[in-house]
Design a protein around this ligand. Structure first.
Ligand SMILES: Cc1cc2nc3c(=O)[nH]c(=O)nc-3n(C[C@H](O)[C@H](O)[C@H](O)COP(=O)(O)O)c2cc1C
Length: 351
């Protein structure tokens, strides 16, 4: 299995709760995480992009370091770890992004991929006059398909002429080209999102507990083999590591008890507007009361693996055997403590 880290480039990482550390994102923090992750054998780091946070008492995601500029800096202070910036496709033209990726590819000597974010959260884009209207809820993957076709054409040929519903390029030239193929990842979870992933991406990020993960892997495998492609699945998990299972459970329960209800209600109000069915927005709504192992809103709907080192080794082995995922992507309440424990005590026992 491959292991990655979901970098905390937004405030407070990925936990909207007063029971977890509250902090501003900094380059120094993300740099140390990336460098230590590289030394400990992690395969990749991914940074997110949020243009508007969800507030509440914790100011959840109110600050967010820009994903491309951050990954560009991280590229220059690392040497082997894979780098995935995230593009919120409504925010920048694909020809600009093709060039930004080619630049990070050059700085990192071919370590850069790209996470495609279609954008379900109107408030982020409306504040900049970039929200195309409610048609985007249902058309976001048609827009994404045009976007990715343009990126791929520019990376392959260095030029592109294109006439689509959303984009028009007239002999657009973008050089230099990246050294090799740029791996595309996407976390589409709705049926339209999954079909987009199967047809266009190299990997899918999923955010769901073990029960749905088994069905999810089968679904993506079927969709991608139907179009003669192979798509790897990486599951996103929070990890709570403590000396005993009981202590890990207590930390987990404190985070749930002290959930930032203001931030969660802002997240759910935005999700309620999304008319693309059975995707992440619906998942978030369901996560209000869900068990932490399946994804509770105190953890942003991201499922949690908790326990002692020994228990976590067993849980991860089971997850791999029972689901057939290709990798895991982690977030911790305290990233540096978490990645050191995982890299030194858990990962060596997984083989
Ligand atoms: C690992 C991971 C990374 C993500 N990164 C971002 C991000 O940077 N910005 C963002 O707005 N959404 C992000 N998302 C949300 C997804 O990109 C996607 O919009 C969401 O899952 C909606 O899927 P759907 O369109 O199929 O409903 C991420 C999700 C996961 C699981």
């Amino acid at each position: 299995m491959r292991f990655g880290i979901f970098l905390p480039n937004g405030s407070n990482g990925y936990i909207p709760s007063k029971g977890s550390p509250i902090y501003e994102p900094t380059f120094e923090h993300n740099k140390r995480i990336s460098q230590e992750a590289e030394d400990l054998g992690f395969d990749f780091v991914l940074s997110m992009m949020k243009y508007r946070g969800f507030g509440g008492e914790t100011g959840y995601w109110d600050s967010c370091l820009e994903s491309f500029t951050l990954m560009s800096a991280i590229a220059s202070v690392t040497s082997s770890i894979g780098l995935f910036p995230s593009i919120s496709i409504l925010s920048q033209h694909p020809a600009v992004v093709a060039r930004m990726i080619a630049t990070i590819d050059d700085i990192s000597d071919g370590r850069c991929g790209l996470n495609i974010v279609t954008g379900w959260n109107k408030a982020e884009y409306e504040q900049m006059g970039m929200w195309p209207g409610s048609s985007h809820y249902t058309e976001r993957y048609t827009y994404a398909k045009e976007y990715v076709d343009i990126l791929k054409s520019l990376w392959k040929y260095g030029r592109c002429t294109y006439e689509g519903k959303f984009f028009r390029l007239d002999d657009c030239i973008v050089l230099p080209k990246p050294k090799g193929e740029i791996p595309i990842v996407c976390a589409g979870q709705s049926p339209k999102g999954k079909q987009f992933v199967a047809e266009n991406a190299n990997h899918q990020f999923v955010m769901t507990g073990k029960k749905n993960l088994i069905a999810g892997v089968a679904d993506i495998t079927a969709r991608s083999s139907a179009v003669n492609r192979k798509v790897g699945i990486y599951a996103l998990y929070h990890m709570i590591i403590a000396d005993t299972d009981e202590a890990a459970k207590n930390i987990t329960e404190k985070i749930v008890r002290e959930v930032d209800t203001g931030a969660v209600s802002n997240i759910l109000s935005s999700a309620a507007l999304d008319t693309n069915p059975t995707g992440t927005s619906d998942q978030l709504k369901a996560a209000l009361k869900q068990d932490v192992e399946e994804g509770n809103m105190a953890f942003m709907g991201i499922p949690v693996l908790y326990g002692s080192v020994g228990t976590l080794v067993e849980k991860i082995k089971k997850l791999e055997d029972e689901t057939g995922i290709d990798g895991l992507l982690f977030s911790w309440p305290n990233f540096l403590d978490g990645l050191r424990k995982f890299g030194r005590e858990i990962s060596p026992n997984l083989t």
